[in-house]
Each structure stands twice: as structure tokens, then as C-alpha cells.
Design a protein around this ligand. Structure first.
Ligand SMILES: [Zn+2]
Length: 406
């Protein structure tokens, strides 16, 4: 018998109406519902702001690509079994990674000066992976997902170190924001004896970039382990690994140093002596897959996601129809304060309404009856807390504070 998962995001996500899968009809392909896509977009906007502050330029690239592009990037030789072919004879593939297109964008800007480096591109890039059905797992492993994917083109080691330090700071800030503490770093290098033949590029660059990552990690007080033989085919990497509620490990953030892909794409910049040199590329994702990140959040918060992410933060429930006018007054005030609320004016009885909103984890319900209307008060039903009956002014103060702090 399958062991019971304490807070399975698949079950919770369906119950609180974020997303769903239909058995056999959309295996590995989540369908997002209005409450879910609201959270999805909130997280995207949160990352977008971080990218703007850190001088990333947003780009959009195609969802498909042709044979020669992925042959040039090396993905076809290394990942063919995970790439979807959509027109085999014409050799068109669904995009498995965003890096090749970001290299083309760099190439588009001819004659980039060393003074313009580092140059940063990012996109919420949707990618497609032909995963085996046994490996699929809710939002944790899907066939289609969107990465907050960024690439930084640098000129030298000093710049690489500075940028990676900055990326780690951002990742830690994001984890702090979501109160994620149960993580460690996996440093992925070549296999110990360098006998595997799957790594491309010059040995001296591998040694250099492995050293950079080791030094950066050692300076941080974060648990880490070294995984030999798990480097990307183009360079070593740092992954942030997080545990789900079943204690399984999942990779979220990633940082990778790449001396090779820019060479394959023949990328250049002009240095101070007017020479044409090849930049080094850092691949990075703060969240990794947004789908997986949301899955982790659902389990981490046991289904009660931070209030700032929710499409509906407050539900106002009139006990009888003649309480509606007072509810509307409360509603108008909260909307003006940018609180996302609704009034449930349906003909269901109070118990039924409460159950309905409890099921989808609405954090606060305001229940309005005769006493509240006559005495200008609000009855608050707050998740995981004692109920309160407050004067309207105090209730508003409480609600605004609650929304700011949760
Ligand atoms: Zn990349």
C-alpha cells in the first residue's frame, strides 16, 4: 500500500481549486484554475520586480526550434530522449531549454563592448520535457513548465564571482520571504576521475569554474554536498535542494558557469585593446520551475498559502438578505484598501457557506447578522485563531494588519 503523504500538494491543490489533473487525459500537464493562476502570476510579478531591480532585460523566445539550433547548442546530442519532436522529418522540436535562444539574442547585438558587460537576459520561459510517466509527479515533475530563466554574459572571473554572489543573495531573500528553511546546496562537478566523456570544452576552464563555485560556497554558511558526475555537459553548477513534506528532495534554484555554449555560438565582445573575445555565460533560475515552486509552497504552508498570494482574501457573509446593505458598506471600504474580498449573497444557509469557504482555505470570513448590523460590529472567523467580534473600526484595523503580516 502506498504510504500516506502528509500534505500532498496534488490533493490540496485540487481541494482549494488551484489546478487539477484528469487521470490519463492530461498526464503530467497541470490545468490551472483561476485561484491557481492568480498565485502563479503573483509569484511571476514578484520575480519580475527582482529582475528589474537587478538590471535583467526581459525577452520572449519561441516555444519551438529547429534541428540546427539544438545541434549547435549541444542539447540534441545530450538530451535527445527528453526532447519532444513535433515534425520529425522537418526536424522541429519543442523547446527544451531557453539558453540557445538567449545566445542568439546576445549574438544579435553585434560588437558588444566590455564596458557593457555583464549583460543579463531573462524570461519566463516555457519548456517541454518528454518525461517518462513513472517520473511524473504532480507539479513537482511535469512535461511542460515555466522557468524564471536568466543568462548573464560576463567578461572575467571577477565579474562571474560578483554576479553569482548576487544571485545567491537573491535566492536566500526569496527563501526567507517564503520562510523556506529546509534546504541545502548540491555542488555538481565532473566525475572524480574525469573519465566520463560527456563534458564539452577545455579542461582549464572546467578547473577554473569548479574552483570558483567551491570558493563561493565555502564562504557561505549553508550546508552543502558535492555530487561528482552531475555537472551540466557545459559546466559545473550549484543547485538548491529542498525537501517536500514526504522528505523527498527537489531541485529549485540553480546557478551554472558555462565557458562552452558562448563559444559554440561564436559570441564575442570587444575588450579594452580592441580584441574580439568570447564571454562566459552564467545560467541561473531563482525559483527553477514555477510549477514545482508552487507545489513546494503548498506542502510547506499545508495548503494555507501567504495571504498576499490569494485571489480571495476575505469573504463577507450576510446571515439574512436584510444584512446585505451593511455588508456592502464593509465590502466597499475593504476594496478601497485593496483587500480582495467578495460577498456571498447566495441563498445557502450560514453553515453551508462557511463550509464551502473553509474547504478552499479562505483565511478570514466576516459574518454579519442582526447584532453586527445594529451595533456596527463585525464577527470575524479567522483560520487557526479564536473568533472575534469587534467594533467596525477595530475590525478594519485588524483585517488590514492581518493581511500585511500573513
Ligand atoms: Zn540556460
Amino acid at each position: 500500500m502506498e504510504k500516506k503523504i502528509p500534505y500532498d500538494h496534488k490533493k490540496i491543490g485540487k481541494r482549494i481549486k488551484l489546478f487539477f489533473f484528469y487521470k490519463n487525459l492530461n498526464t503530467g500537464l497541470p490545468i490551472w484554475l483561476p485561484y491557481g493562476i492568480y498565485i502563479y502570476n503573483k509569484i511571476k510579478n514578484f520575480i519580475k520586480k527582482i529582475n528589474i531591480i537587478n538590471k535583467y532585460n526581459e525577452v520572449v523566445t519561441p516555444n519551438i526550434g529547429n534541428y540546427s539550433l539544438y545541434k549547435l547548442s549541444g542539447h540534441l546530442d545530450k538530451y535527445l530522449k527528453n526532447i519532444f519532436k513535433i515534425e520529425y522529418k522537418k526536424k522541429i522540436f519543442l523547446n527544451p531549454m531557453n539558453c540557445p535562444y538567449h545566445c542568439l539574442i546576445y549574438k544579435f547585438y553585434n560588437n558588444i563592448s566590455y564596458k557593457e558587460l555583464p549583460i543579463k537576459f531573462y524570461e519566463f520561459g516555457t519548456v517541454f520535457r518528454n518525461e517518462k510517466s513513472g517520473e511524473l509527479n504532480g507539479l513537482f515533475r511535469t512535461k511542460v513548465f515555466t522557468q524564471d530563466d536568466g543568462h548573464i554574459f560576463c567578461k572575467d572571473i571577477k565579474e562571474i564571482v560578483k554576479e553569482i554572489d548576487n544571485i545567491i543573495n537573491i535566492i536566500l531573500l526569496i527563501y526567507k520571504k517564503f520562510n523556506l528553511k529546509n534546504y541545502y546546496i548540491r555542488l555538481s562537478l565532473r566525475d572524480k576521475n574525469y573519465i566520463k566523456n560527456e563534458y564539452i570544452g577545455e579542461k582549464k576552464n572546467w578547473i577554473k569554474s569548479e574552483k570558483v563555485l567551491i570558493n563561493i560556497i565555502k564562504k557561505r554558511k549553508i550546508n552543502y554536498n558535492i555530487s561528482y558526475g552531475d555537472a551540466a555537459f557545459y559546466g559545473p553548477k550549484i543547485d538548491f535542494i529542498i525537501k517536500d513534506s514526504f522528505n523527498r528532495s527537489w531541485q529549485l534554484s540553480t546557478i551554472q558557469i558555462d565557458y562552452n555554449t558562448p563559444k559554440r555560438f561564436d559570441l564575442k565582445y570587444v575588450d579594452s585593446k580592441n580584441r574580439l573575445l568570447c564571454p562566459v555565460m552564467i545560467h541561473r533560475a531563482f525559483l527553477g520551475s514555477i510549477e514545482r515552486f508552487i507545489g513546494i509552497l503548498i506542502e510547506h504552508y499545508k495548503g494555507f498559502l501567504p495571504v498576499w498570494l490569494l485571489k480571495i482574501q476575505i469573504v463577507i457573509i450576510p446571515i439574512y438578505i436584510n444584512h446585505y446593505k451593511y455588508c456592502k458598506l464593509i465590502f466597499n471600504y475593504l476594496i478601497k484598501k485593496k483587500v480582495r474580498c467578495i460577498i456571498d449573497n447566495s441563498s445557502n444557509n450560514l453553515n453551508k457557506k462557511i463550509k464551502k469557504f473553509e474547504k478552499i482555505n479562505i483565511p478570514i470570513m466576516l459574518i454579519i447578522g442582526e447584532k453586527e448590523k445594529v451595533e456596527n460590529r463585525i464577527f470575524l472567523r479567522i483560520k487557526n485563531k479564536k473568533n472575534k467580534n469587534l467594533k467596525i473600526k477595530d475590525a478594519f484595523k485588524y483585517i488590514l494588519e492581518y493581511i500585511n503580516n500573513n
